[in-house]
Design a protein around this ligand. Sequence first.
Ligand code: MG
Length: 163
Amino acid sequence: MQIGIGYDLHKLVKGRRLILGGVEIPYPQGLLAHSDGDVLVHSIIDALLGALGEGDIGQHFPDTDEQYKDIKSLILLGKVKEMLKKKGAEIGNIDATVLAERPKIAPYVKEMKENISRTLKIEKEKINIKAKTNEGLGFIGKGEGIAALAVVSLKVVEKWKRR
Ligand code: MG
């Protein structure tokens, strides 16, 4: 069993769509990033790469690379899924928390789980997504940005044991 942790944060700005867990959430602001700014998916990617011992999202999908400009983060997650497969790693579970003062995340959690489960080809029951506000404190509390944390567990089958 191998464990990984992921964290991400992006700034909320006008003129961007708000994408979390691959769901477009109606809101007057979106997350500023080279990609679609999906902090939830980014934190899950970092947790998966961490559990694999494969560095971080920036090393694999640099924000200086034009091919990743405004890319859907679910596509990047799909690429990480391929890495897992190559390394003989199976996801045990994913647990994530979104930190956002606004908008309300809970109504979208079901669809987020469906997107992530479809992309990673794992059961929805293996994915847990929680949402919290920051009680009005700090930049998250003031609605200046949204952050996400994720932890994953992987079962890695040694090469010689694979069939
Ligand atoms: Mg990010």
